[in-house]
Design a protein around this ligand. Structure first.
Ligand code: T6T
Length: 325
């Protein structure tokens, strides 16, 4: 009997020593609701989130709408709330229209963290306003991203001439902030650049392509375009090519799908600003897990950018930031 007890104690000791110190009794379920499912940016975010979920022994549920639209996102959110996950990570598709739907989650006791985009002003846990209930916001610094885009485009066009922003829809925190940063940088540092009226493409690359051609038809001296997200950028680049202006009308792209590589190498796109969506997903899951296990978490986490151009795109340390498909 003594032998058996000793053996059992040994097993227990080894088990304790070898087991992960963060092992949980309960397996948490964390839901990630992207802006849309068919976008390399969110596909890459999911990969990062899954890596963290695997490391922490969490179940990750990834569910979203096929387009970037509050009308299709809210029913997905409602369905997720009905499943009562332990936490919700969401990229809200509108700063105001997602406030009430997300409040329902909060009132049901499900902690909410927003990733990529925010609701309200994005200042959470302040005790002010009607949209401060999310615990954290994890994202790129999109105003800075817009400023980086402006510098790149201003440099590409020699510091003067007409440009415009191809954007998605007003009311999306990320793309609104990119446009804001772009215009601030041009006004403050590139006074000879004229920023024409923004064209909104509803996240449809075909719209962005035809809008580019329409702006060019009205402005034969158009020098450049900033595509403020993946579809805006790819569509604008296609529009420049269809107008026979490749290399003449300069394109700065936000986001980095794999297809941007050919566009950079051919000279159609000058610069692509890659976000780090896998970081956003990873830290989203880690933050939710930390909260669920009684840790305090930062109310805001900023993730990085990688600037891609012809000179560096072949470097694996750069191209590893291209998005997954
Ligand atoms: O640019 C990303 C994301 O940051 C934005 O909120 C919406 O568009 C993308 O998903 C790219 O399509």
């Amino acid at each position: 009997i003594l032998k058996a007890v000793a053996a059992a104690a040994l097993v227990t000791t080894i088990g304790l020593a070898a087991g992960p110190s963060f092992a949980q009794e309960k397996k948490f379920t964390i839901a990630l609701i992207p802006g849309l499912t068919t976008d390399g940016f969110y596909i890459t975010m999911r990969k990062g989130a899954q890596a963290a979920a695997d490391a922490l022994g969490v179940e990750l549920v990834f569910q979203g709408a096929p387009d970037f639209n509050p009308v299709t996102q809210v029913p997905v959110l409602d369905a997720i709330i009905a499943r009562a996950p332990d936490a919700i990570l969401i990229a809200p598709t509108d700063t105001t229209q997602l406030i009430e739907p997300l409040r329902k989650a909060n009132e049901a006791g499900i902690p909410v963290i927003t990733v990529d985009t925010f609701i309200g002003t994005g200042s959470y846990q302040t005790g002010a306003g009607d949209a401060d209930f999310p615990l954290a916001y994890i994202a790129s610094d999109n105003v800075l991203g817009g400023r980086i885009a402006a510098r790149a485009l201003a440099n590409a066009i020699g510091g003067e001439g007409k440009v415009f922003v191809s954007n998605v829809n007003p009311g999306i925190s990320t793309t609104d902030q990119r446009e804001e940063g772009f215009k601030l940088e041009m006004t403050e540092n590139f006074p000879k650049v004229e920023v024409l009226e923004t064209q909104f493409n509803k996240n449809d690359a075909n719209n962005a392509a035809s809008q580019l051609q329409a702006v060019f038809a009205r402005n034969a001296d158009l020098k450049g375009v900033f595509g403020a997200n993946l579809f805006s950028a790819l569509g604008s680049a296609n529009g420049v090519q269809q107008a026979g202006q490749s290399g003449t009308i300069k394109v700065v792209a936000f986001d980095a799908p794999v297809s941007i590589v050919d566009n950079i190498n051919s000279g159609l796109v000058d610069v692509a600003i890659a976000q780090h969506p896998a970081e956003i997903g990873y830290y989203g899951v880690v933050s939710a897990f930390a909260h669920l296990t009684g840790q305090s978490i930062p109310v805001s986490i900023g993730t990085g950018f990688t600037i891609m151009d012809k000179a560096n795109i072949a470097d694996p340390e750069i191209s590893k930031y291209l998005y997954n498909e």
